[in-house]
Ligand binder design. Structure first.
Ligand SMILES: [Mg+2]
Length: 316
């Protein structure tokens, strides 16, 4: 049976909500967050952080790249690496000319985008730095393709133009496969099992760390976060998101609040956690103020509905 439309909308809006909330804590230490108190609603990012010029409720590059990927899927009715690489390259040029957004691009993506724009093929343009850029944007792949092996294959291709290291690829596979499993309503153990199985086809260490993040689910964040780390490396962000998702599996709002207050790469941790929770529960589980206050909420909703409709053919 095809998963409900509200889960597609929940996944993409959840991703953007986690990103827009988390940007306020990007690069902030956990100790500072604990002293100042948790962020539970939209606000501005601190001075000095990449998103400092963004408005309340405005998301960062994580969601922007996710939307580029979703639009490529819609236009091609499939994942076409050449089309996606062209779109990412063009997006990179657009944000470079926009003062509020120009600092959002991480070093791996900017390096790869420069190569793509200089005419280098997507097969060669990707960075070898194991950062989380391809994992944070991959959710639409998990929404679009019904078959888990297809999800895995397309997630790999979606990573390569900007992030071609084995670990970045494995991180993207993990998130995409988990999104598909969450959409199908699998329980937490089964989601993690299938996620790790697929990720381990590309790199075993990230699969092991996701597995341990699940095993740590009964421990409090302040015990777990120093072990997992919260940096922009895919080894940290992806297992961290799986920890919050597993720990607060029945409390999606709480999962997102805890994730965006992890500090470090809080926007990406929040973005991945939000996508997972939204795919599992659907949009109605998120507070109205988070939905209404989100930048371009209607656009994201429309794109997720198009993805839902396009993914239909698998079920006919
Ligand atoms: Mg970001």
């Amino acid at each position: 049976m095809k998963p409900e439309k509200n889960k597609y909308i929940g996944c993409m809006l959840g991703s953007a909500i986690g990103d827009a909330l988390g940007k306020q804590n990007e690069g902030v230490n956990r100790e500072v967050i604990l002293k100042r108190g948790y962020i539970k609603d939209y606000g501005r990012a601190p001075k000095g952080s990449p998103g400092e010029a963004l408005r309340e409720g405005q998301y960062t590059d994580d969601t922007e790249q996710m939307l580029v990927l979703a639009q490529s899927l819609i236009a091609c009715n499939d994942f076409d690496t050449y089309d996606f690489a062209n779109r990412i390259a063009k997006w990179g040029l657009d944000i470079r000319n926009d003062t509020a957004r120009s600092r959002l691009l991480g070093p791996s993506s900017s390096w790869a985008i420069e190569k793509l724009n200089s005419g280098i093929s997507w097969k060669e343009s990707g960075s070898d730095v194991p950062s989380c850029g391809s994992a944070m944007r991959v959710a639409p792949i998990g929404l679009f393709f019904n078959d888990i092996h297809e999800v895995e294959k397309k997630a790999v291709l979606s990573s390569i133009p900007t992030h071609k290291s084995k670990s970045a690829v494995a991180g993207a596979v993990a998130v995409a496969v988990a999104i598909r499993c969450a959409l199908l309503g699998y329980d937490r153990f089964e989601i993690i099992r299938r996620t790790c199985e697929s990720a381990s086809n590309h790199e075993i260490d990230i699969a092991k760390k996701i597995e341990s993040s699940y095993e740590l689910r009964n421990e409090v964040p302040d015990m777990v976060l120093p072990q997992l780390g919260t940096s922009f490396y895919v080894y940290d962000t992806v297992p961290c998101a799986f920890y919050f998702f597993s720990r607060y599996f029945k409390e999606p709002q709480r999962a997102i609040i805890e994730a965006v207050n992890a500090g470090g790469d809080a926007d990406s941790i929040g973005c991945i956690t939000g996508a997972l929770c939204g795919a599992l529960y659907g949009i109605e589980y998120f507070p109205k103020k988070w939905i209404d206050g989100l930048e371009k909420r209607q656009l994201i909703e429309n794109i997720s509905i198009m993805i839902y409709e396009k993914s239909d053919h698998d079920f006919l």
